[in-house]
Design a protein around this ligand. Structure first.
Ligand code: CS2
Length: 491
């Protein structure tokens, strides 16, 4: 093959058949502002938008935004927003260049686009910690350095906001002043009631600036919760090499994802509530007035098993999730966790991939097996360390919520407690080595680990991650974590 050229608009014509967008990108006026251009946002929201654009619907073009001057906007700029989506179900991957990101924004430009009349929807993937939320109050974390900076009375208004709520509030303030139209803000992060979380932090920050603005936001901005599901690991050099060899272009920002994807968006009755949103339901997204069953299944089964595979995998010395679940003993253990401790606490819903909560209920164990089969996809190379990052933000909704339900019923929590024990071992090992722990609460976690007594240490770790009172007030959970740490040699 001749030397590869850089991927950009001019290179599209030379791509192999079927790999390039089929619509005219020059004719697009983006109506969707997507904040958080990490691999997940590019492989999920932008992919749904791409599919919609491919049907001839021009409503779904995206301004891809990162709050900071990120590496990703720097990489995508010279590529005219183009990047390759590598989909791999396990066999030969399929490659497709995504053209939906028609413009890029970073820093203070994010607020410009929130204010822009063309923007009708803001979608968000900034990870759990990006919301700057205080889990104790449900409002804004007023000690968060980015929030402190965005709320500083002497803040230079021309300087870019640092936090997600700060950027949204800056933009909404200007949208209001300009007499702008209503807006939908759609969170796509793995948090329960993510729309409510977004509403809480945004209105909290707005109120501290201007009470009238908070009232305007209440009346004119819809915050929708969603459930998203697609495994999208960080891209590797091999992914970049695959694009070069298959498409003949150099892509600095490809993404690799499994074939499975799910997007369920809260759209309450009576009007179906879909006003202002592109018709994503035409390309597989589901609008529903009852998100809860999807949310429980996603966070408390899919994500719970993911975190379990990550921490148990790390403890056993595995690098990737696929390697961890390829271990017969570990897979059997994860299977028992799903079947015995998690599934019995989930509301009865249809097959997790069908998007139909009224569909036939799967046989016990089927949902767990389906999830573990997805994890077994060795072409994904999803590192246990990546899934294990930010555990303080993830364990609550994924593991502790289910433990609280089980304790309330008087049911055993050995497996769930073992996941917490494995996480604590990971935290202890990373901090003990003097290595950086990828977690926004690494400071308080390291203080908690200094407690001399085992049970105090475990309790202190749980306090740092704001475990529900139901677990802290009940010695059974702490005792189960302590027992798992001892039994596994992690104490
Ligand atoms: C993972 C998720 O990194 C993580 O915490 O559990 O990103 C997971 O891959 C997705 O939620 C799957 O939909």
């Amino acid at each position: 093959m001749s030397a590869a050229t850089a991927l950009d608009a001019a290179a599209l014509a030379g791509l192999p058949p079927g790999a390039a967008p089929t619509y005219d990108r020059r004719a697009l006026t983006p109506g969707v502002l997507h904040v958080g251009l990490g691999a997940f946002g590019r492989a999920h929201v932008a992919h749904y938008c791409e599919d919609l654009l491919a049907t001839g619907d021009t409503d779904a073009a995206v301004v891809g935004a990162s709050l900071r001057t990120g590496a990703i906007t720097a990489a995508l700029g010279p590529q005219d927003g183009l990047y390759t989506l590598i989909e791999s179900a396990g066999g030969e991957p399929s490659l497709r260049v995504i053209g939906a990101v028609a413009a890029l924004a970073h820093g203070s430009e994010v607020a410009d686009h929130v204010a822009a009349p063309a923007t009708t929807v803001v979608t968000v993937t900034v990870t759990e910690k990006g919301y700057c939320r205080d889990p104790r109050t449900g409002g804004l974390d007023l000690d968060h350095p980015d929030v402190v900076s965005d709320l500083a009375p002497d803040r230079d208004p021309s300087r870019a906001p640092r936090s997600l709520p700060g950027a949204l509030v800056d933009g909404l303030q200007r949208r209001r002043r300009a007499g702008g139209a209503d807006l939908a803000v759609i969170s796509c992060d793995n948090l329960p009631a993510n729309g409510e979380v977004t509403r809480a932090v945004v209105t909290d920050l707005a109120r501290r600036r201007d009470e009238d603005l908070a009232t305007w936001i209440d009346e004119h901005v819809t915050f929708r919760s969603t459930v998203v599901d697609r495994i999208v690991p960080a891209a590797t050099d091999e992914d970049r090499e695959l694009v070069r060899s298959r498409l003949g272009v150099v892509d600095r920002a490809p993404v690799r994802a499994e074939a499975h994807r799910l997007w369920v968006i809260e759209a309450p009755a009576p009007d179906g509530g879909v006003g202002g949103m592109p018709a994503w339901d035409r390309v597989g997204a589901v609008f529903t007035d009852d998100l809860a069953p999807f949310q429980d299944r996603k966070l408390r089964l899919v994500n719970a098993l993911h975190s379990a595979a990550a921490y148990l995998g790390l403890a056993a010395g595995f690098d990737t999730i696929a390697q961890a679940v390829a271990d017969a003993d570990l897979r059997a253990w994860l299977d028992r966790l799903g079947v015995e401790e998690i599934e019995p606490t989930l509301p009865a819903v249809g097959h997790s991939g069908s998007g139909d909560p009224a569909g036939p209920a799967p046989a016990p164990g089927a949902a767990t097996a389906e999830v573990l089969d997805r994890f077994a996809n060795a072409s994904l190379r999803h590192r246990c360390a990546q899934v294990g990052a930010d555990g303080s933000q993830k364990l609550g909704p994924r593991i502790l919520a289910t433990a609280a339900i089980r304790l309330d019923r008087g049911d055993p929590v050995v497996g769930l407690a073992t996941v917490v024990a494995a996480w604590s071992a990971h935290v202890g090992a990373a901090l003990g080595r003097g290595a950086a722990l990828e977690d926004p609460l690494s400071g308080p976690l390291s203080v908690a680990l200094e407690r001399p007594a085992e049970a105090d240490r475990v309790r202190a770790l749980l306090e740092v991650i704001t475990a529900p009172d139901a677990l802290l007030d009940d010695d059974r959970f702490v005792a189960a974590v302590v027992a798992a740490r001892r039994e596994r040699g992690w104490a």
